[in-house]
Design a protein around this ligand. Structure first.
Ligand SMILES: [Zn+2]
Length: 127
């Protein structure tokens, strides 16, 4: 399996090709460019979620993504998320719990996912 960095580099090139040529590409060429981007995004998700168990609720394979960086106590931390694209969050009272887990790297997000340490989005107002 390729590394996240390697896949991202190819994905950036594929996205640039798609963005630069989308208005000029026709039919099969546009579809091929679109498919290349889609396949690379899938490969990236698979690389990030490598080792993650199936969703405990629906048994579908989870998706993995790098959410970005956050500033935290004077440092910058990456945020990775492993989650189910099918299951909706569970709301109990005013707390919403996603069927997803986060970590500061892919491995820690997978570890949290595998023990079902799912993220609580925070308190929400009752309607
Ligand atoms: Zn699910």
């Amino acid at each position: 399996m390729r590394t996240e960095k390697s896949i991202n580099e190819e994905l950036e090139k594929a996205l640039e090709h798609y963005r630069s040529n989308a208005q000029n590409l026709a039919g099969k060429s546009l579809a091929a460019s679109n498919k290349q981007v889609r396949d690379l995004r899938r490969e990236l998700s698979d690389a990030i979620s490598s080792g993650a168990k199936a969703c405990p609720k629906c048994k579908n394979p989870p998706v993995g993504m790098r959410r970005g960086d956050v500033a935290l106590y004077g440092t910058v931390q990456s945020v990775y998320e492993i989650g189910c694209a099918v299951c909706i969050p569970v709301v109990k009272g005013n707390t919403r719990t996603s069927v997803s887990s986060v970590g500061t790297d892919a491995a820690s997000a997978v570890k949290n996912w595998n023990v079902e340490a799912h993220s609580t989005d925070g308190k929400i107002d009752q309607v």
